[in-house]
Design a protein around this ligand. Structure first.
Ligand code: ARG
Length: 457
């Protein structure tokens, strides 16, 4: 049964019906669609647009339908979309009164309401997952506030850092992601229902009541905008694209870290895969898929923007295509967060390898330049002289830590015994006490700040 057809003189083509149908994907909105209808019907009853008795009958019918879907007693099939399905099922069950449900609304304001309700819940769910990820990372940060590793710029060893510092960096990113999702939710929180097809309605509806019943913070103030606004689609996917991008960065790093050449980490076998031909292989497929799926979300962002860019006001059927983009983004982001959480929880850090790697690569060179500068040598000269010391080490296959005081003095007599301390990795790290720096004490302070923020979010 169709919700329309009175004006038609012949049947639509089967192909056209198939093309037009969205039930195979918008069935996912069943709960929000039914809850939206229940609130709408309560409002119709309280405004005497339909009788209290009719309202009650419809609500009971809708509640039963919801229950039956959730208990798998009712299969969602045989309709154009989820809105048609619920209405036709209601009429099947309660008869003529069911036909009154759609009074004072259109599928245009209905679907706009459903998708906003759905996405508000979905964002809460993703935020919970992100908070969990942050908590797992902060635990590693705490346990490894003193663990020294090489820090990189341009993928070249730059200065030693602590592993705790590294984790705090990612927590900063994911906290920003949580803020972005929550901020986006504010603009999803306006109720479109009551806007009708595009121009409002002639019935004496009470939109405040519907908004209150459905937990919306605001009511859309313009019906044309309300039925067509999908800005939040771009905002939501863009927030998710950034989450994906952050996850992809760590995935990329850890793919390197897990390889034999780095050996900074050993991935748990529970989160590794084998090769069908090479028996020795343990592959980081989880991380590669996170990197791969984040590309999909970036693609969805482009799809969303392209979908919206040339649509005249107000509702157009193009908007039906918003749902596969949203659901795909939601599924990908949620599974990636869960899997990354599992990988991070179970990973083993090869801290000796991290330490020995930080020892090489002359990563305490900046500290020699700083040492000289603090003794009055202009920093630019100190930089140049230190460069020559590094060159000497390279030629003689030495680490900076291998140099004796005499070696240093050959370059400048200003060097004293304490230069040997200045190049020690522990001191190089401990001395970076500036706010937000890598010194273990500072890392612990940052953990406190981030934990507080996480609790407040
Ligand atoms: N399935 C449609 C969608 O997702 C519902 C709205 C249909 N509105 C209409 N005027 N045909 O957008």
């Amino acid at each position: 049964m169709k919700l329309w057809g009175g004006v038609f003189t012949r049947k639509t083509e089967k192909l056209a019906d198939e093309f037009n149908s969205s039930l195979c994907f918008d069935c996912r909105l069943y709960k929000h669609d039914i809850l939206g209808s229940i609130a709408h019907c309560k409002m119709l009853g309280s405004q005497k647009i339909i009788s209290e008795k009719e309202s009650k009958l419809i609500i009971d019918g809708l509640e039963q339908i919801l229950k039956d879907i959730e208990n798998s007693k009712l299969k969602i099939e045989g309709a154009e979309d989820i809105h048609s399905f619920v209405e036709q099922e209601l009429i099947k069950r309660i008869g003529e009164t069911g036909k009154k449900l759609h009074t004072a609304r259109s599928r245009n304001d209905q679907v706009a309401t459903d998708i906003r309700m759905y996405l508000k819940d979905s964002i809460d769910n993703t935020v919970t997952k992100l908070k969990n990820l942050c908590a797992v990372m902060l635990e590693h940060a705490q346990n490894h506030a003193d663990t020294i590793m090489a820090g990189y710029t341009h993928m070249q060893k730059a200065q030693p850092i602590t592993l705790g510092h590294y984790f705090n960096a990612y927590v900063c990113m994911f906290l920003r992601d949580i803020e972005r999702l929550k901020d986006c939710k504010k603009r999803i929180d306006g109720l479109p229902l009551g806007s009708g097809a595009l121009a409002g309605t002639t019935y004496p509806i009470d939109r405040e009541l519907t908004a209150k019943l459905l937990g919306f913070a605001e009511i859309s103030p313009n019906s044309l905008d309300a039925v067509s606004d999908r800005d939040f689609l771009v905002e939501y996917i863009s927030a998710c694209a950034l989450i994906g991008l952050h996850m992809s960065k760590i995935a990329e790093e850890w793919i390197y870290w897990a390889c034999d050449e780095f050996s900074y980490i050993t991935l748990d076998e529970g989160y590794s895969t084998g090769s069908s031909i090479m028996p020795q292989k343990k592959n980081p497929d989880m991380l590669e898929l996170i990197r791969g799926k984040s590309a999909k979300i970036i693609g969805n962002l482009t799809s969303a923007a392209a979908l919206l860019k040339a649509q005249p006001l107000s509702y157009n059927k193009d908007l039906q295509e918003d749902k596969p983009i949203i659901f795909d983004t939601e599924d990908n982001i949620n599974i990636c967060i869960d899997v990354l959480c599992g990988v991070i929880k179970t990973v083993k850090f090869n801290t000796d390898k991290m330490y020995s790697s930080a020892l090489g690569g002359y990563s305490s060179a900046t500290d020699i330049a700083d040492y000289l500068a603090k003794k009055g040598v202009p920093f630019r000269d100190a930089h140049n002289l230190t460069g020559r010391i590094v060159l000497y080490c390279i030629k003689n296959n030495l680490k900076l830590e291998d140099l004796k005081l005499n070696d240093f003095k050959k370059f400048n007599p200003i060097f004293e015994q304490d230069v040997l301390d200045a190049v020690k990795l522990e001191n190089v790290v401990n001395n970076r006490k500036s706010f937000g720096g890598t010194a273990p004490d500072q890392v612990r302070k940052t953990i406190e700040i981030l934990e507080k923020k996480l609790k407040e979010l």
